[in-house]
Design a protein around this ligand. Structure first.
Ligand SMILES: Nc1ncnc2c1ncn2[C@@H]1O[C@H](COP(=O)(O)OP(=O)(O)OP(=O)(O)O)[C@@H](O)[C@H]1O
Length: 226
């Protein structure tokens, strides 16, 4: 299998607070990886370093053979826009835009014309069971509906890697599982690699593989029964 994205001995500190202390992980193309670990262990920081949002203080991040950590901010920004998708805990939809415009947004930012972008966005509403909600604003959607719209927005550009940081963290368990079913289904169909941060074992169970972050380092999960 081909490794598509990888962190090698990544270190990152917020001022005096070390968040990553030599974190390494390699993710294969099409793989769904769950990053687990206690609160404050460095999961989100690792995801942000892999996604080129944060630049490591030391170590390397490689995506598709490119040293992401060595790129200039404008190049990292293009990479995030054109090759990556994102879903966060609180959908973070733009409240002034309709649901369909929110989904179309990454395409519009990539320079796709509105006439092409909106139909591509609309196609996701049927796919994710959101028919009829295209014109709603985020304040008129339930938490689960808003998160499915956020998922559509993360997938609409057909990214190579989808980064999902606690995508079901704000949802009840049934709604969270529905969102995960849709996320995994869409990723498998498109061959998208998924990097999923979660502290919920039930959500991590959707992944092909789990890793644990502890004290800023990545370990295989401790499977020994306590
Ligand atoms: N913006 C920030 N400024 C200062 N310190 C930060 C910042 N973000 C995170 N940290 C610190 O970095 C460490 C790792 O944080 P991170 O958010 O990566 O952990 P996490 O495992 O994702 O936690 P959680 O499960 O609670 O979201 C923690 O000690 C945290 O307090």
């Amino acid at each position: 299998m081909t490794v598509v994205i990888e962190a090698r001995d990544v270190e990152f500190a917020f001022g005096q607070t070390p968040a990553l202390r030599g974190a390494s992980v390699a993710v294969e193309a099409g793989e769904i990886l769950a990053i687990m670990g206690p609160s404050g262990s460095g999961k989100s920081t690792l995801l942000h370093c892999l996604a080129g949002i944060l630049v490591p203080d030391a170590g390397e991040v490689l995506f598709d053979g490119i040293r992401v950590d060595a790129l200039a901010e404008t190049q990292r920004s293009s990479l995030r826009r054109d090759r990556f998708g994102f879903v966060f805990q609180f959908g973070q939809l733009v409240p002034e835009l309709t649901a369909a415009e929110n989904v179309a947004l990454p395409l519009l930012l990539s320079g796709v014309h509105r006439k092409q972008a909106l139909p591509r966005a609309y196609a996701w509403f049927a796919r994710l069971g959101l028919d009829g909600l295209e014109q709603r604003r985020s304040g008129e959607l339930s938490g689960g509906q808003a998160q499915r719209v956020a998922l559509a927005r993360g997938m609409v550009t057909e990214p190579q890697v989808l980064f999902a940081d606690e995508p079901t963290g704000a949802l009840d368990s049934l709604t969270g599982e529905q969102v995960m079913d849709l996320l995994v289904g869409a990723a498998r169909e498109q061959g998208t690699t998924v990097i999923l941060v979660t502290h919920e074992p039930r959500i991590a169970a959707y992944a092909d593989r789990e890793v644990m972050v502890r004290d800023g380092r990545v370990n295989a999960p401790d499977r020994i029964a306590s």
